[in-house]
Design a binder for this molecule. Structure first.
Ligand code: CP
Length: 296
């Protein structure tokens, strides 16, 4: 693995190595080397709290030097292309780039660069480090993936988290189901669509997705009714009470409280939403360490 672009590019062995390594860092069983002669740039063309801040902490724990890059004060504002921006950072000495961009598969146009790229999310395409931190969280809880029943609820069509997790969870042997309003179904993904109320008492994991308002057509946004959505597709108090004792609740966040999940359930005992965020920092340390070791 020279880059981390999509979960579809990772083998099961690579996935297991990365999540195992992240857990070892978290538990103090593995201490990554310090990369104090190497430089990283974080290019966030879309907003972020979790991904950006956890990459920043991970990079500083690994001793990397940060290139001060903000899209709002860079020559992106003068119309510089993504390719020219990234090529420039390569030429000034960056050793790795972390990129979030609204364009699906933006990385295709960067294929000729000689610098590793870690995808921090591309449009409605993929969010591989989110998927890996989700897998790390699931592995901590269940110890394996084979045969787990996982319900992913919400805005499937517009969610890079749904797409990344669909691919990786299926590859690892989990049973993935979706629940979604008709207009947010993605028929390209081969998982059954179910009624949340028919399966909520049987699932091991219920994974809620953020409603991706920024990717909706105006007509879709107009149709969206918060109460209606919460009632039909959200984790209500009643549904939470029907979960099996061992089942867990996940959400990549940011959470629209009272929409995807009742506000009082975000930190309920079976919720792992904040553990996912904590794991994200260790997972991103493991990914950067792995890629920089490969680069040599
Ligand atoms: N889950 C996630 O990607 O959150 P941010 O958008 O805050 O990075």
């Amino acid at each position: 693995m020279e880059n981390l672009l999509s979960m579809e590019h990772l083998s099961n062995t690579e996935i297991k190595t990365l999540i195992q390594r992240a857990s070892e860092i978290k538990n103090g069983q593995y201490e990554p080397q310090q990369y104090d002669k190497q430089f990283v740039a974080n290019l966030f063309f879309e907003n972020s709290t979790r991904t950006k801040s956890s990459f920043l902490v991970a990079e500083q724990k690994l001793g990397l030097k940060l290139i001060d890059f903000e899209t709002s004060t860079s020559s992106v504002q003068k119309g510089e292309s993504l390719y020219d921006t990234c090529k420039t950072l390569e030429m000034v000495g960056a050793d790795v780039l972390v990129i979030r961009h609204s364009q699906n598969a933006y990385y295709d146009e960067l294929a000729s660069l000689n610098i590793p790229i870690i995808n921090g999310g591309d449009g409605s395409g993929q969010h591989p480090t989110q998927s890996l931190l989700d897998l790390m969280t699931i592995n901590e809880e269940f110890g394996s993936f084979e045969g787990l029943n996982i319900l992913i609820c919400g805005d499937i069509k517009n969610s890079r988290v749904a797409r990344s997790n669909y691919h990786s969870l299926k590859a690892l042997g989990a049973n993935v189901m979706f629940s979604s309003p008709d207009s947010w179904k993605d028929e390209r993904l081969d998982a059954p669509y179910v009624d949340i109320d028919e399966v909520i008492d049987q699932v091991d994991i219920v994974m809620l997705l953020r409603v991706q308002h920024e990717r909706h057509e105006q007509s879709e946004s107009k149709q969206f009714e918060v109460n209606d959505y919460h009632e039909h597709f959200g984790l209500t108090l009643k549904r939470y009470e029907q979960l099996q004792d061992h089942a867990i609740v996940m959400h990549p966040a940011p959470v629209n409280r009272g929409v995807e999940i009742d506000a009082s359930l975000v930190e309920a005992s079976q919720s792992r939403i904040f553990e996912q965020m904590e794991n994200g920092m260790y997972l991103r340390m493991a990914v950067i360490d792995y890629i920089l070791q490969k680069k040599g």
